[in-house]
Design a protein around this ligand. Structure first.
Ligand code: AKB
Length: 345
């Protein structure tokens, strides 16, 4: 098939997918907790396109108020996961039936503030699940490749395997998975989750993750700065372009529950690479771009404890998961969009 007709077919398929979701899901009222974060800022806008602007509440904490399209595009409310009464009030006022709970600290920051990581990730999750149980809401709470540890099989990490992480981030993600399954099994609360790999986006930068280098490298390339890579040569981790990440969350929440054998949480991936491979891909389009290694011991030890590549066949079988962006397509799009954003070119 010629490239132009293939691109046309893809855009047509995307339109059918959006129309189908719009029709299937016309009645949802959604609260996004953490709507101004790396995932939330894009997910909230995407959900508004599908379910209607008025039906998606952007939850935020003071100091991280929504701005621009996020602020203007629909309702917003202070939604602090550590305050269960506040969450219950929003859920009742807006007749919320679905909660995307994105409040969490990323892996490196969590290591520096373990108590806060637990308070937000687990005490907060408890509040969300209680409100969901009392008000019959479905809940999506992301897990991560961080839920695995050094004793997990690293190559094609299976869906069901050893999960003995040694970081507080990992411990809280395993707890997230177990507590979410507990609420489903005990109370029938419709909890669902994916184990996100590193998410790469040009919109909102991540803050304090182990996989952040795979975003930072693009900023350096576009600004033509030498990139100091904190992860050692040869260290592979799973990654995903944000549009696929958003689709994973939304499609899982739309999946037919009778097909779900697993719930919390599904392996999902789109690509796996070490630093030298993404550098090479960027270098094809930015020939003067230079990278040197300046390995960060904490980030490196976390990265080494995570899988090299995930097996996401359960997500493919149970709800039809398929990534659309590989390394080449993602790199092209990132460089194009980031150049526009940073240089206006
Ligand atoms: C992190 O690096 O902490 C996150 C993740 C993979 O969960 N991006």
């Amino acid at each position: 098939m010629r490239l132009s007709s293939f691109a046309y077919l893809c855009s047509w398929k995307r339109q059918i997918y959006k129309t189908k979701l719009t029709l299937d899901s016309a009645m949802k009222n959604i609260l996004v907790i953490g709507s101004t974060g790396q995932i939330g800022s894009e997910l909230t806008n995407e959900l508004r396109k599908i379910y209607g602007s008025a039906n998606v509440v952007a939850g935020y904490i003071p100091g991280a108020e929504p701005k621009g399209e996020l602020a203007e595009g629909g309702p917003a409310a202070v939604a602090d996961v550590t305050d269960g009464a506040q969450l219950a009030k929003i859920v009742q006022e807006h007749k919320i039936d679905t909660i995307y709970n994105l409040a969490a600290l990323l892996s490196v920051v969590a290591e520096q503030k373990p108590r806060l990581a637990w308070r937000i990730g687990i005490d907060g999750l408890w509040n969300v699940l209680e409100v969901a149980r009392e008000n019959n809401c479905a809940v999506f709470t992301p897990s991560s490749i961080g839920s695995f540890g050094p004793t997990t099989p690293h190559e094609l990490t299976p869906q069901d395997t050893i999960q003995r992480p040694r970081t507080i981030y990992g411990v809280s993600k395993v707890t997230t998975e177990l507590l979410s399954d507990y609420y489903f099994l005990k109370y029938g609360t419709d909890t669902r989750s994916v184990r996100f790999p590193g998410l790469i986006s040009y919109v909102t930068p991540p803050g304090g993750g182990t996989t952040d280098y795979a975003v930072d490298i693009f900023y350096a390339a576009v600004r033509n700065e030498v990139f100091e890579c904190p992860i050692a040569k040869g260290t592979r981790m799973d990654m995903m372009y944000m549009p696929d990440g958003l689709r994973a969350a939304i499609e899982l929440m739309e999946a037919d529950p009778s097909r779900l054998i697993h719930r919390n949480s599904f392996n999902v991936t789109a690509m796996s690479f070490p630093p030298e491979k993404i550098y090479k891909e960027i270098n094809k389009r930015c020939p003067d771009f230079k990278m040197i290694y300046k390995v960060d011991p904490l980030k490196q030890s976390i990265a080494e404890s995570w899988p090299d590549s995930l097996d996401d066949s359960a997500a493919r079988d149970e709800w039809g998961w398929r990534p659309q962006f590989g390394l080449g397509a993602m790199t092209r799009d990132m460089l194009e969009k980031l150049s526009k954003k940073l240089l206006g070119a």
